[in-house]
Design a protein around this ligand. Structure first.
Ligand code: GTP
Length: 320
């Protein structure tokens, strides 16, 4: 039996990993893709975002996949997917250490899988600011096999040239592709150029867990079946503390449709979609950042019925 390649899909919070994964699932018709989705919060919004598009999925929530400590490690998880798939993609949480996830795959004693490389998604808009806060992210680029410079639609030519130059310098020869909405040619991942570097990660690359980026981050999960008040929620979002870098999930405004919320740094966008047939009308939000105290209480204050007119504040930020 040939071993199933396992590709690690990494990238900082909100870079576009789930978007890219969904693109792969939609466009690689002949290839059966198994997915491991890891979210930092207790509610796995990413799993909800890819559900329905994939046959085989394992969802790991409430912690980073880079620190899986179960006895069988990641090998057991991967083992449950092999047999029915041609390739496995692990979508690491946005604050996982990519090299530690790669090491988990390499260390697996499960012979039905083999390491298939590390793809690092970079947010062309946020990259410079994120790097200032987390210089250790440079190393994530150095160990990547393929770097996907995403969201190029949101930067102008000069900004793109600047970020491309920095990424090229850090990438040390790894392939770099630019994308909009993660539209990557699946052939780049499943027929990857061989580069031995990841297998040679040194122990210096595996600094202790306390130094992982996610050791600084906390997540807050907020869920309620009561409708959210549109104006109060918008006021909360407009005044969100700087430390809250990422918010994602679904909002129930008491409307016939659900509103998917995406916040990445200063970017905020709602997307309207139908509720699933048996989907409970519920708000499920995960907030990730530093210094998260008091956020839950502030969100509780946003619960309440709002008028149709109050939805205007939300619609200003809603993709049509
Ligand atoms: N304009 C633009 N938006 C994008 C692009 N790629 C992703 N997005 C948006 O960026 C937001 C975050 O995308 P995700 O795919 O959820 O990012 P992620 O890396 O999975 O996020 P985490 O799992 O929280 O780390 C969503 O609103 C996407 O629609 C892009 O190329 N251009």
């Amino acid at each position: 039996m040939t071993a199933v390649p396992v590709v690690v899909l990494a990238g900082f919070l909100g870079a576009g990993k789930t978007t890219l994964l969904n693109h792969l699932l939609r466009t690689s018709s002949g290839t059966r893709i198994g997915v491991v989705v890891n979210d930092f919060g207790a509610v796995n919004i990413d799993a909800m975002a890819v559900a329905g598009q994939v046959d085989s999925m394992v969802s790991l929530s409430n912690g980073c996949v880079c620190c899986v400590t179960d006895e069988g490690g990641l090998g057991d998880v991967l083992g449950t997917l092999t047999g029915s798939v041609d390739v496995i993609v692990i979508e690491a949480s946005g604050i996982a250490e990519p090299q530690a996830v790669a090491q988990q795959v390499l260390a697996s004693t499960n012979t039905s899988v083999e390491y298939g490389g590390l793809v690092e998604v970079v947010d062309a808009v946020e990259f410079a600011a994120t790097r200032l806060r987390h210089p250790e992210l440079d190393k994530h680029l150095r160990v990547a096999d393929l770097i996907v410079l995403n969201k190029v639609d949101r930067v102008d030519a000069a900004e793109l040239a600047e970020v491309f130059a920095v990424v090229t310098e850090l990438a040390e020869g790894a392939a770099i592709v630019t994308t909009e909405h993660g539209r990557l040619d699946p052939g780049l991942l499943f027929d990857r150029r061989e580069r031995p570097r990841p297998a040679q990660l040194s122990f210096d690359d595996l600094e202790d867990h306390e130094q992982h980026v996610h050791a600084l981050y906390q997540s807050v999960v907020f869920e309620t079946d009561e409708p959210m008040h549109p104006e109060r929620l918008m006021a909360f979002l407009d005044s969100r503390p700087d430390g809250v870098f990422r918010i994602k999930g679904f909002v129930h405004f008491g409307q016939p449709e659900r509103y998917e919320l995406q916040v990445v740094g200063g970017f905020l966008r709602f997307r309207r979609a139908r509720w699933g047939r048996n989907e409970p009308r519920r708000t499920s939000l995960v907030l990730i950042g530093v210094d998260m105290s008091g956020l839950e209480e502030r969100l509780v204050d946003c619960v309440g019925e709002g008028s149709e007119a109050a939805m205007f504040a939300v619609h200003r930020h809603t993709e049509s």
